[in-house]
Design a protein around this ligand. Structure first.
Ligand SMILES: *[C@@H]1O[C@H](CO)[C@@H](O)[C@H](O)[C@H]1NC(C)=O
Ligand SMILES: *[C@@H]1O[C@H](CO)[C@@H](O)[C@H](O)[C@H]1NC(C)=O
Length: 676
């Protein structure tokens, strides 16, 4: 050492500092490359030590964006360096404890629907290339979901209700261990000054989260509040969990977010993390700003002098009164244009619908999906029960044409159609009013155990009813109406369990607003005729195809495509066809019948289903022929022998899930189908 210093002395100054640098900074650099610091704080992410992938990016102001509002995106941002959790070696003082706080914001594309959410994640790997978006949040996929080999802990901020994972609602926080089905979850609320307040994740507000794990007590706690509110004393969610069973020695921390067909911008504004005690506070004033949906107008600050105080008081009171007036007006505001006058009788006032549905309360929600949310209501004037479908959309060209179609559909009268009573229009929102169907939709009876089984006679009557409704739409009314979305979930059951077709022609809304350069196929996988994807043109033939799939699902009690099923049974048409060729067509019938059905009728429905599923549109029977077969005409057996069958299967051989139908204007769910 002495020699070294002598040497240094004899050198000139620059050389000396260079040598110092090399000698003393190299070892610490090496250390930093292999192991993370015990803590880090990012008030904005410029220069942050992050690994980004997918749609994630850091804006020039330091804002971390995980996804934008494009469909089916995944974005990740993880701290580059692994954290040592010492799960195996002798316990250090705080071996598994950690503490973190971060601020996020979710700005959805549509004001009332968000998709799909963001998750704080501790993961054994940063490779999420095989993960799926939508409800998998970019963390897992359908084949590895739930495996204990995942070594994954996530705290999800979920803005969509996924029935697959038994989500409680579309605004919850959940703790996920190796699976997106949360071990515990709760709707989002926070407490301020002792009172519990609700908080909407997709409100576009910046929300601060605190997550702490105390290894001694094995307690994981999650607390959250809007950014302007101090940290609530009581955590929103806390649960006992032994993380030594989940974590490995070396783990990565970060965030994942994903969109589906319903999308949101997911932002992270700041993040602090610590393995030693409380995470350091974020400096909220330094956090980057993020784009909100509507820029609120900034009022110029008034420089109030003493003599002006009285004047400004008057102004303020005036402004408050005016604001209250505007808010009141806005609440019931609707859009009415001159051309709508002729539809006067079918026009409902928003105020009436608002009252009928208790202000569109969640308790009145009958269902969501398809084209929007459906609420139950009682009209104040007549005490009539109604169902109100609320469809959010962007600016739709051709609204005039669409409303005129709705008006003419209001004149359709058939005992197997759900009666459309009228409509109402607001900015970005269309409300359709229907007769209320007390028994909800057929799929609930067929595919879930929440409703009783329907016997064969009931199902056969439903098929006949829906066939006669389609015949009416195609042939018996003054103009041809194409339904475009025939399927079990669009068949509703009235008080006597008669099948009634709903949602007719609604898919047109999608067409009207769609970009003319892209052909968006509207419909649902398994029901979409092959030619529809080529031409984009819905016809009576495409309706017949969908009706074929519908008959098969009613007879077999399962959906046209079961991604999880046995390979030979995955596609219903293929399975029925193969079974028929082997002379065992009845084996495809719904096992819940336990053999109790009329064999001739069952055979007829299955074969007719196949006949309607032919890939050549003109080879399919017309609805008139279908009705005749159902009423006893003999089925031409020979047709089946020579037929070709088709079904739309996208994503052939591709690794990822594919989107078949999306729609740019409304909240239409797109449908995922796995490559075969
Ligand atoms: C979202 O980001 C992707 C690239 O990551 C880009 O291609 C797409 O246009 C963006 N979408 C929107 C709506 O900005
Ligand atoms: C799911 O992910 C795992 C590994 O991450 C991968 O091996 C598997 O092929 C993926 N499965 C699907 C269906 O994408």
């Amino acid at each position: 050492m002495r020699n070294l210093f002598l040497l240094l002395f004899s050198m000139n100054i620059t050389l000396r500092s260079l040598l110092f640098l090399i000698l003393f900074s190299l070892p610490t650099n090496l250390l930093a490359l292999t192991q993370a610091e015990d803590q880090f704080v990012y008030n904005g992410f410029n220069g942050a030590n992050l690994r980004l992938d997918g749609s994630a990016k850091v804006h020039p102001n330091g804002l971390l964006q995980l996804t934008n509002t494009s469909d089916q995106q995944i974005g990740h941002a993880f701290y580059q360096l692994p954290l040592k959790f010492n799960t195996s070696s002798s316990r250090l003082v705080q071996s598994l404890s950690f503490s973190t706080t971060f601020v996020f914001a979710i700005v959805p594309q549509l004001p009332s629907l968000g998709g799909h959410g963001v998750a704080f994640t501790i993961s054994a790997s940063m490779d999420f290339s095989q993960a799926t978006p939508t409800q998998y949040l970019g963390l897992l996929n359908s084949s590895n979901n739930g495996l204990s080999s995942n070594h994954l802990l996530a705290v999800e901020f979920d803005t969509a209700k996924s029935p697959d994972f038994e989500d409680i609602d579309q605004n919850h926080v959940g703790i996920d261990v190796n699976s997106l089905k949360s071990i515990v979850s709760t709707p989002v609320t926070y407490t301020e000054e002792g009172t519990e307040k609700s908080l909407v994740l997709i409100s576009g507000k910046a929300i601060q989260v605190w997550i702490d794990y105390d290894d001694a007590e094995k307690l994981l706690s999650i607390t959250l509040a809007p950014i302007e509110t101090p940290k609530p004393i009581q955590p929103l969610l806390s649960t006992t969990i032994d993380l030594s069973l989940v974590l490995k020695d070396s783990m990565y921390v970060g965030f994942s977010a994903a969109t589906g067909s319903i999308t949101s911008n997911h932002y992270i504004l700041g993040w602090s993390f610590s393995r030693k005690g409380q995470a350091q506070e974020l400096e909220l004033s330094k956090l980057p700003s993020f784009p909100r949906r509507r820029e609120t107008m900034e009022k110029p600050g008034l420089k109030v002098t003493v003599s002006l105080i009285t004047v400004s008081m008057v102004l303020i009171i005036g402004a408050i009164t005016w604001t209250v007036y505007v808010i009141r007006r806005r609440k019931y505001e609707e859009l009415r244009e001159d051309w709508e006058q002729e539809y006067g009788p079918q026009r409902f006032s928003y105020k009436d619908l608002h009252k009928a549905t208790n202000g569109f309360k969640d308790t009145e929600l009958l269902g969501a999906g398809g084209f929007g949310k459906v609420y139950r209501g009682v009209l104040p004037s007549s005490s009539k029960e109604i169902a109100v479908k609320k469809i959010s959309h962007g600016s739709v060209q051709g609204m005039k044409e669409f409303v005129s179609e709705i008006a003419s559909m209001g004149r359709l009268r058939h005992r197997n159609l759900v009666q459309l009573l009228g409509y109402c229009r607001r900015r970005g929102e269309l409300l359709l009013v229907y007769d209320y169907m007390p028994n909800s939709s057929l799929d609930k009876f067929l595919f879930s155990n929440e409703k009783p089984n329907l016997n064969w006679a009931q199902r056969y009557r439903i098929i006949k009813g829906v066939a006669s409704a389609l015949l009416y739409l195609h042939k018996e009314w003054e103009q041809v109406v194409i339904h475009r979305d025939v399927k079990a979930s669009n068949v509703l059951l009235d008080a006597d369990l008669n099948g009634r077709l709903g949602d007719f022609g609604l898919a047109r809304l999608c067409d009207h607003g769609a970009n003319p350069e892209t052909t968006n196929v509207v419909g649902t996988v398994g029901y979409i005729a092959p030619e529809l994807t080529r031409t984009g043109q819905a016809t009576t033939f495409t309706d017949v195809f969908a009706f074929g799939a519908f008959m098969l699902e009613v007879a077999c009690g399962r959906r046209p495509v079961e991604p999880q099923g046995l390979p030979q049974e995955r596609f219903l048409v293929d399975w029925v066809l193969e079974s028929w060729k082997q002379g065992a067509i009845l084996e495809t019938s719904d096992p819940r019948f336990e053999g109790d059905y009329v064999v001739e009728e069952m055979e007829l429905i299955l074969k007719l289903g196949l006949l309607c599923s032919q890939s050549n549109p003109v080879a399919r029977p017309s609805m008139r022929q279908v009705t005749q077969y159902l009423n006893g005409d003999v089925l031409p057996e020979i047709l089946l022998e020579s037929a070709e069958f088709g079904m739309v299967i996208l994503g052939h051989g591709a690794p990822a899930d594919f989107v078949l139908s999306t729609c740019s204007v409304s909240s239409i769910e797109s449908i995922l189908i796995r490559g075969r």
